[in-house]
Design a protein around this ligand. Structure first.
Ligand SMILES: CCC[C@H](O)CC(=O)SCCNC(=O)CCNC(=O)[C@H](O)C(C)(C)COP(=O)([O-])OP(=O)([O-])OC[C@H]1O[C@@H](n2cnc3c(N)ncnc32)[C@H](O)[C@@H]1OP(=O)([O-])[O-]
Length: 621
């Protein structure tokens, strides 16, 4: 929907108006394999707040042309040869009759709210009038996409043909058959007897639902996403007025969002940056794809068990080695998959196949032939050195070794290896089965080629090659800061519920204390002990921060090592929701401590922003 397209559309609409007497029907078709990809997102990225009036006029101009075509009095047929999204689906909705080619890859719908926008090119008004206020919500507020078959069931597509070359003949046949039938040249909502399915907001049932809808929405968005709120408002306000006014309401909300920083951020992150990542922008162009055939994992604790699951779920033969807990580690995969089997999302056969790929063992000799071994033992340098030396000789020819450390420098750990050039960090995030990011850390001696190969297929999702930076300079300091920082929020006496709730209010999925519990407080203490030892070897004394000391107290004095070991900052009563450990109040909260909620929110966010900027500055990609 670039500016040139808008000009062409206006001209086409003016032309059909002139030629009206000689037109029997109109076919909307695309010369490309995608029917239409919607608004020009690059153009949206260039808009500023001051462009609001211009953008509003442009949206209204587009919709005026749409309206000219659909109210001309001739049947309009949309021939949907491929995907139609956002403004593209709104173009499809101009057609009174819509024919789609059967293709499981085709997607229709309105992804606007996922980009900080709303379907303001007629999408909200038309989908609401077609489906009703309730039934339209998933498509408008949650951007639920659908294929041709679902579209047909919803009455949004009227015919499905087997191949693209049947679209035009079917459209022509429809137009021929529709001659003399005024209703075939009219949308449902333009008919005199039109009634909104399910009723308008004046219907008591709908009114009841609408009275809670904003609260339900806010619970999901926490008030941080303006687009779904605007979409709901446009749906409801539009349902109470005539069609043209509803269209104008939509345009106003859309113009506001299109010129907002939030939309620019979301489009950049969720469309352009995501496409770059998916397109492998940061991957070396020439390196072939790599998938290890057999992976060994050392240590079947929380991380090792999760990594074993992540490898096996990708069809990779996995040896899970632990002196005592290997079976328990494998049971974690059973627990995860059983939940899916119980919900009917996985067959018992698939579960059995996945579990059969995990070989629990206490013996290092079972690692023989692994082309990748990942150690996931405690953050203790000596232990890591010991397991490295024990397992490395089992590697297959050309295989390489990885440490899942989150804090210890890779170059240092690599000194225990006989092949430091084949030693890398692969840092999975907890819980491994949920977190998409995998961080690849290059040691000083890691061969670049090794890293390149690895970057392609190391873990469950995205890979950042961060040359020892992210783990040490972003992840850990960030976590530390959350409970300590330089002065330490909890240590300052700020109530734990305040910290947790404000973190959620700035958009974090869970509070920082919950994150620390998940990653295990005991892990942080292992790191602290190791750091003290490292300093002592150099004749120095490490000055622990207040936050480090606080976590140490939690583990050593209060015996609260984290979630996996039964409790940390939270209690985890079986079968119930976690609750903050009541004694945090008596042990850490200081009565009379003064704090500003905004300051706490800023502290939580600024730290991330500063560390992210530092990573960029240091070339972490
Ligand atoms: C008034 C009405 C307002 C309306 O309601 C608001 C909207 O429509 S909001 C919009 C709602 N629409 C959407 O959210 C749909 C967004 N688009 C898509 O989801 C996919 O592109 C699509 C599924 C259509 C095709 O997938 P595929 O076949 O794998 O192709 P591909 O993905 O590799 O793209 C090829 C190239 O085209 C580029 N480009 C694509 N779309 C846009 C765009 N809208 N803009 C700008 N550029 C776009 C893309 O960056 C890439 O460029 P490059 O330089 O070559 O890297």
């Amino acid at each position: 929907m670039c500016l040139q397209w808008q000009t062409d559309l206006t001209q086409a609409a003016e032309q059909v108006l002139k030629d009206k007497a000689s037109i029997q029907g109109i076919i909307l078709a695309s010369a490309k394999s995608t029917f239409f990809a919607g608004a020009d997102l690059k153009g949206v990225m260039r808009s500023q707040a001051s462009d609001g009036p211009r953008v509003f006029t442009e949206i209204e101009g587009i919709k005026k042309a749409f309206r000219t075509i659909e109210t001309l009095g001739v049947p309009v047929v949309s021939c949907l040869n491929g995907t139609a999204l956002g403004g593209g689906w709104e173009v499809a909705l101009i057609g009174h009759h819509r024919i789609a080619t059967a293709n499981p890859k085709t997607q229709f719908g309105l992804p606007e709210v996922t980009l900080g926008l709303i379907p303001g090119g007629g999408g909200i008004t038309k989908m609401t009038r077609q489906l009703g206020l309730l039934a339209a919500q998933p498509y408008v507020l949650e951007s639920k996409l659908f294929g041709p078959e679902e579209a047909q069931k919803l009455g949004l597509v009227h015919e499905i043909v087997a191949s693209d070359d049947q679209l035009r003949p079917r459209a022509l046949a429809h137009i021929a058959a529709a001659q003399g039938q005024p209703e075939a040249a009219q949308h449902l909502w333009d008919r005199k007897d039109y009634k909104m399915p399910g009723g308008t907001p004046s219907n008591p049932k709908i009114a009841g639902m609408l009275s809670v809808a904003p609260a339900v929405l806010k619970q999901k968005t926490r008030g941080l996403y303006p687009a779904p709120e605007a979409a709901l408002a446009a749906m409801v306000e539009g349902a109470m007025v005539d069609f043209d006014t509803a269209m104008r309401i939509e345009s106003r909300y859309l113009a506001g969002l299109m010129t907002s920083q939030v939309a620019r951020n979301m489009i950049n992150t969720f469309f352009f940056n995501m496409n770059s990542i998916k397109g492998g922008q940061s991957r070396p162009k020439a390196a072939p794809r790599y998938k290890p055939q057999k992976v060994g994992i050392l240590g079947a604790g929380m991380m090792g068990s999760g990594i074993a699951y992540s490898q096996a779920s990708r069809g990779i033969a996995t040896v899970l080695k632990d002196r005592e807990a290997a079976e328990k580690g494998k049971a974690y995969s059973h627990k995860l998959t059983q939940k899916r089997v119980d919900k009917g999302r996985m067959t018992a056969d698939k579960q059995a196949a996945l579990l059969s790929l995990i070989q629990p063992t206490a013996s290092a000799s079972d690692l023989k032939g692994c082309d990748l071994i990942i150690e996931a033992v405690f953050e203790n340098r000596e232990l890591k050195a010991k397991v490295t030396q024990e397992a490395e000789p089992m590697l297959a020819e050309g295989g390489f070794f990885a440490s899942n450390t989150s804090t210890l420098p890779i170059s240092g750990l690599a000194t225990a290896s006989a092949n430091a050039n084949k030693f890398v960090g692969i840092h999975f995030f907890s819980p491994v089965d949920k977190m998409q990011l995998v961080e690849i850390i290059r040691g000083a001696q890691t061969m670049t080629r090794r890293l390149r190969v690895l970057r392609l297929r190391a873990g469950p999702g995205q890979v950042a090659d961060c040359g020892e930076r992210l783990a040490r300079f972003l992840y850990q300091p960030y976590l530390w800061h959350l409970c300590d920082g330089r002065r330490g929020m909890l240590g300052e006496g700020i109530p734990a519920p305040v910290i947790e709730n404000l973190a959620m209010q700035v958009g974090m999925p869970v509070g920082p204390l919950a994150v620390l519990d998940e990653t295990a407080l005991s892990l942080s203490v292992h790191v602290l002990d190791q750091t003290r030892e490292d300093f002592a070897k150099e004749g120095k004394t490490y000055q622990a921060t207040p936050g480090e000391l606080l976590v140490e107290r939690m583990v050593k004095e209060h015996k609260r090592p984290g979630r996996a070991a039964g409790g940390g900052f939270y209690d985890y009563p079986a079968g119930q929701k976690k609750v903050l450990w009541p004694e945090l109040k008596t042990r850490f909260e200081k009565s009379g401590v003064s704090y500003s909620q905004q300051d706490i929110k800023d502290r939580l966010l600024y730290r991330q922003a500063v560390e992210t900027a530092r990573c960029l500055q240091e070339g972490v990609c």
